[in-house]
Design a protein around this ligand. Structure first.
Ligand code: MG
Length: 357
């Protein structure tokens, strides 16, 4: 069972809090192609909590229902129920099932913003490559600007066509560069095996989510895929990463318990109990890649602070997504080979809030 995030309200229990929210629907500059079709705009909620003493905090709930999170409607209904004047006890009682909303409330409830400590001054960022042959022309300019980790979407076109391109993509990489492959769960066992046979002895850092079934397909199907993923991870030398398989702290706990030997792709916006899950991952000495959930700058700031606070082995961030929104006021830091902690701290959450008025 996933616990909710720890809500930091110890000093304001019983105190009245002003809770406001704004719902957004923001078109992407370019529609995002997913296993569920084209994704044209991002929907979510920005929450603002003001304490009686005047301290203000902001948080973002950016659910992705096809990952298994709540919907924006469900999160908004819970906010309406809390009302504009509420208190820490009522906020703490928001059900754990509304993980994205609880994450937003926890971030906003931290109140006055003192900034966060970072374990390092900068982190690398992975360059995103388009699916298919388009990737080939994108590598040289990104390598030129300094990127050394590249992420290529696979599982979109015909499997044999994509496999035939792998050597061209690897050949176009600069010396010492690493390639991440993200299949978004598109392959069956045979497809995954064909790819993993081919990835051995190539500069592939990991293969993300080779196979997946949604919760809705039932417990038996889910357990079968879990066994398949664990089997593939044991049979091939290229590490595997879980992304779609991780929604909420319960999944993190589950996969640690199952002895997952690969990487955990952590989208802090979708985790619900971020601090609890990260403590668990740290204790298990897990390999973690922090990744965007295509949130606004406000949510990105919260997620990136988590990444900068991680004391485990640093891996390139999956945050090379901006510019992403048609309205640039909502974009996080633009994709560059490195992201500095000070650039994260410079993001102004109030500007995002004001842009929605
Ligand atoms: Mg992924």
């Amino acid at each position: 069972m996933s616990r909710g995030p720890r809500l930091v309200f110890a000093d304001v229990m019983g105190m009245k809090l002003r809770l406001q929210y704004r719902r957004y629907r923001l078109p992407f500059r370019v529609a995002v192609r997913t296993a569920h079709g084209w994704w044209r705009d991002r929907e979510g909620l920005i929450v603002r909590i003001e304490e009686a003493g005047g301290a203000v905090g902001y948080g973002e709930a950016a659910p992705i229902p096809h990952f298994g999170t709540e919907t924006v409607e469900e999160a908004e209904a819970a906010l309406r129920l809390l009302g504009e004047w509420t208190n820490a006890e009522a906020i703490a009682a928001v059900p754990a099932r509304l993980g994205c909303l609880r994450h937003a409330l926890a971030a906003a409830g931290a109140g006055k913003d003192h900034g966060t400590a970072a374990t390092r001054a900068h982190l690398g960022v992975a360059a995103l490559l388009s699916a298919g042959r388009d990737a080939l022309a994108q590598i040289a300019p990104r390598a030129e600007s300094g990127f050394r980790t590249f992420k290529w979407k696979v599982g979109v076109g015909d499997i044999a066509d994509e496999l035939a391109l792998l050597d061209d993509v690897c050949g176009a990489l600069p010396p010492g560069a690493k390639l991440r492959l993200d299949a978004n769960g598109a392959w069956d066992r045979r497809g995954a095996e064909r790819w993993l046979e081919r990835c051995a002895e190539r500069p592939v850092e990991f293969v993300e989510q080779p196979c997946f079934v949604a919760v809705a397909e039932g417990e038996t199907a889910r357990r079968k895929i879990e066994d398949l993923l664990l089997g593939l991870a044991g049979d091939f030398p290229t590490p595997l990463a879980l992304d779609e398989s991780l929604v909420g702290g319960g999944d993190v706990e589950h996969w640690i318990g199952a002895g997952w030997p690969g990487i955990f792709v952590v989208k802090p916006a979708l985790l619900g109990d971020v601090s609890g899950s990260l403590a668990r991952l740290a204790k298990a000495k897990a390999s973690v890649v922090f990744s965007s959930a295509l949130e606004t700058a406000l949510g990105a700031r919260a997620a990136l602070r988590v990444a900068f606070g991680w004391s485990g082995e640093p891996r390139a961030l999956g945050f090379g997504v901006y510019p992403m929104f048609a309205d640039a006021r909502f974009d996080g830091p633009y994709a560059a080979p490195f992201l500095r902690h000070e650039d994260v701290e410079a993001i102004d959450p109030e500007a995002v809030w004001n842009a929605l008025s």
